[in-house]
Design a protein around this ligand. Structure first.
Ligand SMILES: [Zn+2]
Ligand SMILES: [Zn+2]
Length: 342
């Protein structure tokens, strides 16, 4: 193997991604494997990272927290995996030695590092990751089929199933059906809920509708009225906010029935405002939802393998076109995720 590779890097904040063909191939440590990446999902968070919204430590950093490929090299302490095996990469590298890790809630670990954030990620030809961050990919699925699951798919699974306890007969509202929200529609439907989904983009609403949601465009309809009609005037059991603005949180809270749960899955604005007396008197719950644990990603892959969830891929760009892809993502007209190919 040549020891140089192609990679998209964050060289400095507030600049476009830097595409290089001369980044050194990482050398796996004893407990790590080297994965040759075949597909990686481009997330809005990658764009936020390039804007310096999170401290990534020493730059340059290779972003990319949704990546799949196959094993090409293994550290000497790695056991139970094989060269050539198809794998998907879990984002979080938790400390394994705290209350949250001991109780299986690794997504809450305060000392975790993340692939594509504090550690180099998958927008490259190769990425070195701890072997315990691998998930085996069934033969019938391609890297592209699973690449978007570590964040978009499994975050929605964690949010609706584990945090929201979505169930049969419930009424669920999904605010925003971009790359992540479209998984929300599918998972809520799969759990036996009825779903109303909102977007200002007709193309996204059409896909949400095709997956069984009632589609509402806030530019054309009053969403509050649509939700009340949808829920027989009661309000929703669950609202999954995939927008993350002060406005979306305020509206989402208002759409709930008493005792309903507002799942906060996005964070565009720095602060949200919740009205105090309605919160107190209706016992509505406002719940933060971050990422997933390993098992939730395994479950999500399994649902895709069974054909119960279908990844929605809106566009493909070559890794070298990452800045064009970022522009498309920012313009907001992509339905589902963008995949970076190799
Ligand atoms: Zn992401
Ligand atoms: Zn921990």
């Amino acid at each position: 193997m040549n020891n140089l590779m192609r990679a998209a890097e964050i060289l400095k904040y507030h600049q476009p991604f830097h595409y290089s063909e001369e980044r050194e191939v990482p050398i796996p440590r004893p407990d790590e494997v080297l994965v040759q990446v075949e597909a990686s999902g481009l997330c809005l968070t990658d764009l936020h990272l390039a804007q310096g919204r999170q401290n990534l430590g020493q730059l340059p950093r290779v972003p990319g927290h949704e990546s799949a490929g196959h094993i090409v090299e293994m550290g000497r302490a790695v056991d139970g995996w094989q060269i050539g095996q198809k794998v998907l990469i879990v984002i979080d590298v938790p400390c394994q030695n705290c209350y949250h890790c001991f109780t299986g809630q690794t997504q809450r670990c305060r000392k975790l590092q993340r692939i594509g954030f504090e550690r180099d990620g998958g927008h490259a030809d190769y990425v070195a990751v701890p072997a315990r961050n691998l998930i085996s990919v069934p033969d019938r699925l391609s890297s592209e089929d699973v690449a978007t699951l570590p964040d978009a798919g499994a975050t929605m699974y964690h949010s609706l199933v584990s945090q929201g306890k979505v169930g049969v007969g419930q009424k669920v509202v999904v605010l925003g059906v971009g790359g992540i929200g479209i998984y929300g529609v599918q998972i809520a439907r799969l759990a036996g809920a009825e779903v109303l989904a909102t977007s200002r983009r007709e193309s996204r609403l059409a896909v949400a509708e095709a997956h069984g949601a009632i589609a509402v465009n806030p530019l054309k309809e009053n969403v509050q009225e649509a939700v009340m009609a949808f829920t027989g005037g009661e309000g929703a059991d669950l609202v999954a906010d995939c927008i993350g603005t002060e406005e979306s949180v305020r509206e989402g809270f208002a759409f709930l029935r008493p005792g309903g749960k507002l799942l906060i899955i996005a964070y565009i604005d720095d602060y949200f405002r919740i009205p105090s007396i309605p919160l107190f008197s209706t016992e509505k719950e406002v719940i933060g939802c971050r990422g997933c644990n390993r098992q939730e990603l395994v479950d999500t892959v399994s649902l895709v393998a069974q054909g119960k969830i279908k990844p929605v891929i809106g566009a493909h760009f070559h890794l070298s076109e990452i800045n064009e892809a970022a522009k498309r993502l920012e313009e907001g007209d992509v339905v589902g995720r963008i995949i970076l190919t190799r």
